[in-house]
Ligand binder design. Sequence first.
Ligand code: GRF
Length: 216
Amino acid sequence: MKKVAVLVSGGGTNLQALIDAQEQGKLKNGEICCVIASKPGVYALERADRAGIPYDVVARKHYASAEEFDHALCEKLGGYQPDLIVLAGFLCILGKEILSQYANRIINIHPSLIPAFCGDGFYGLKVHEAVLASGVKMTGATVHFVNEVTDGGAIIAQKAVAVQEGDTPEVLQQRVMREAEWKLLPYAVSLFCEGAIQVKDGKTVIDQSKRQEESE
Ligand code: GRF
């Protein structure tokens, strides 16, 4: 069983998707060992508490630099010894210490079809505002490994979502979360925990033979 640490900064709907998958036996060979928030009082912590999952806060604003925050995060994570770190609505950029200590063991969910509408400044509603402003008819979500480039790591899975007439950024964000993010994240965590993801030349190869039978 692989231990999964989930880093959050807000409402925690992606965390909830992982909790629900775990309770339904769909988080194959993975178990959420802790939830760590980058600020106190976020609703994601209530979700962890309700699910009986250990949670902590490493408040970004308590640290003078990104490096000190990174080190504090590493210290906190060290207490749980996770096999995988999941960024679920986590709004802080990770630094060298955590990226090297957990190389190829950090995944992120981004609310667009990378390489579109991603990179510095593209997060939360800003992504969907840019999608609507561009006039594209299709958007979606991407789960990818995290490296030193914002939204730049190897792509693990993607799911497309149609933009509809009259969409507002809020309506589109909810559809992308409901139809794509909340499905992709448990799927990608299961793939990782089953050892079904290989990375070759910066691209992922999924070995379906490593997957457990879907539970009924
Ligand atoms: C949302 O914008 C979502 O698209 C992105 O992070 C934000 C908050 O997600 N992944 P959550 O509800 O905190 O999981």
